[in-house]
Every structure is written in structure tokens, then in C-alpha cells.
Design a protein around this ligand. Structure first.
Ligand code: THU
Length: 134
């Protein structure tokens, strides 16, 4: 595991502890590495009106954009589950806005890396900004 991967997974692991998930009790942390080499982290934020909650990946992306990042070059997600927790369908689309097909998505539990994917594997033939260029 290289240093960048370890740092991104650690950021996701740490922010997971701050997740607001009183309903599902399913804590998720996500971290994205931007084109400047900066890491932005976010957790899931649930709501009493259940559909209004949002995912950790969305929080991490919002933090990146607010900080001036515009490209995602790597993603880490951390959760505890029997199977690797990959981003949900909606978050794959959100990530795809800022990430190329070869962008790695590293999935970890509290012990460390449990899965490694690319955006292209997770969202093949996805709709993206290129489709709106005339
Ligand atoms: N969740 C995430 O934050 N990211 C994922 O990749 C999967 C699901 C959240 C949404 C909800 O707060 C909880 O996990 C259970 O679905």
C-alpha cells in the first residue's frame, strides 16, 4: 500500500467516526484526493425525514468543491460490513462528475483495505459532462 492510499483510507476511517447515522446505525466515511494533492473527507448525514439524508461520498465531494478542488484522482470509503462497501449508485454518478474512468476507488473496513476498483468498473458507460459538449 502506498502512502497516498494509506492516507486516504485513514482519512475515511477517521471521519467515519463522526457519521450522523442514528437511524441506520451504519457509519460511513469517505475521502477524495483532488488534483492538488489535497484530501477532503466526509461522512453520511441522516435525517428524521429519511430520504433527506445523504451519503459520505456526497459530503466528501462537497468539501472538495468548497475547498476549490475540481478533479477527483482517488477515492476511499470506509465502513464495517460483511462485504466491501462500494459507493451506492447515486454516489457513483456524483463521483463520476469529477473522476475519470481509471480513478481508483479503495474500499476499507476498520482493519484496512478490503477492495480496490476503478470508477469505470463501478459505473461503466456512465453519463458524464462529456455528453453535454456539443
Ligand atoms: N451510505 C453511505 O454513506 N455511503 C455508501 O457508499 C453506502 C451507504 C450511507 C447512507 C445511509 O446513511 C447509510 O449508509 C445506510 O444506507
Amino acid at each position: 500500500m502506498n502512502n497516498q492510499q494509506a492516507a486516504l483510507i485513514e482519512a475515511a476511517r477517521q471521519v467515519r467516526a463522526r457519521a450522523y447515522a442514528p437511524y441506520s446505525k451504519f457509519l460511513v466515511g469517505a475521502a477524495v484526493l483532488d488534483e492538488h494533492g489535497h484530501i477532503h473527507a466526509g461522512c453520511n448525514v441522516e435525517n428524521a425525514a429519511y430520504p433527506q439524508g445523504w451519503c459520505a461520498e456526497a459530503s466528501a465531494l462537497a468539501a472538495m468543491v468548497a475547498a476549490g478542488g475540481r478533479r477527483v484522482v482517488a477515492v476511499a470509503v470506509c465502513a464495517e460490513a460483511p462485504e466491501p462497501v462500494t459507493p451506492c449508485g447515486g454516489c457513483r454518478q456524483k463521483l463520476r462528475e469529477f473522476a475519470a474512468g481509471d480513478c481508483p476507488v479503495w474500499v476499507a473496513d476498520l482493519q484496512g483495505l478490503v477492495g480496490s476498483y476503478t470508477m469505470g468498473e463501478l459505473l461503466p458507460h456512465g453519463f458524464g459532462p462529456q455528453h453535454l459538449k456539443s
